[in-house]
Design a protein around this ligand. Sequence first.
Ligand SMILES: NC(=O)c1ccc[n+]([C@@H]2O[C@H](COP(=O)([O-])OP(=O)(O)OC[C@H]3O[C@@H](n4cnc5c(N)ncnc54)[C@H](O)[C@@H]3O)[C@@H](O)[C@H]2O)c1
Length: 333
Amino acid sequence: MRKAAIIGMGVISSTHLAAIQANPRITLAAVCDIDESKRSAAPLGVPFYTDFRTMILETRPDVVHICLPHCLHVPVSMEAAELGVHVFCEKPMAMNTRQAEEFAAFEAAHPDIHMGICLQNRFNDSVEMLKGLIDSGEYGAVLGVRGTVPWYREKEYYEQSPWRGKWESAGGGCMINQAVHTLDLMYLLGGEIRKLKAVTAQLLDYGIEVEDTVAAALTYENGARGMFLATIANYDNESVQLSLRLEKASFVIMNNTLYRIGPDGSGELLCQDGKLPGSKFYYGSSHKKLIDLFYQALEDGSQDYLHVSQALMSIRLIDAIQESGRTGKTVFI
Ligand SMILES: NC(=O)c1ccc[n+]([C@@H]2O[C@H](COP(=O)([O-])OP(=O)(O)OC[C@H]3O[C@@H](n4cnc5c(N)ncnc54)[C@H](O)[C@@H]3O)[C@@H](O)[C@H]2O)c1
């Protein structure tokens, strides 16, 4: 039996809690939040702490789940790992490229500690199947990739947790917070990216510091072109869409379903993901799958979760898009 603890009992913690409680080989040892009012989020009988160091030292969990504001991901992960605890950290893996590289170096220097990053959509059945189809070579090279994230966040989302709207605590806006998953998949499925040009904008009058809308044109190493569009200024949360054109076929993932698109535009359903129940369906359903894989790795040394080093490119791309948005220039990766 492995002992888990959660640091940060805000919105995403309930998804981690559900995955922990559904795994018969994990027991929840403790939870922690600096906000006393989150005490009620601790399940019955599970101790609540306001200091994560005290929690680790007193309850000695095998794993801490880091569900904190972005600025705390790397420092708290490192401190927990130094105390001998495995770390499962929510996305983004860091605030910027410099910090991401430090974290990857730290991971390499601590081979006995498992450090996983929660970019769970990589583990969606639809994504895994499409990656397999691309890697098989059956459909030829990738010619184009489009990722669209048409989401909506109300003003209260930033008022409830003000860290989300600030550079120093969030490291950015709709890209690092919401669309990082899609950008990561555009890299995973499309391959290395050589350069990009982007615009970043604030379309909503929320009085936040960070961007709420991004458009970027990418050029892949093999010459393929990419288009990334992300906003939290849509009228509602609609399905993320990933479209890939290969030499011999086109594929689309939307509504968590993978289709092969025929020459007449019709879609042949290839794979459908499980759907997260409730209003947060747009998170994707793979938190549990990834958390199970992470704990499996503790048992048998399998490496099938997402390592810190594997999440590096998502942060490099975000930094490049921010730089291009600021300067109006093409940025080489
Ligand atoms: N993987 C996904 O699909 C997904 C979805 C939503 C959120 N997230 C990520 O989860 C993380 C948390 O987001 P959220 O929406 O739950 O935020 P939130 O603001 O609702 O929760 C963060 C919690 O951390 C607590 N906290 C702050 N500093 C602390 C400290 N030093 N020690 C202990 N607790 C502290 C806050 O009091 C708050 O309760 C972010 O990184 C976010 O990007 C991931």
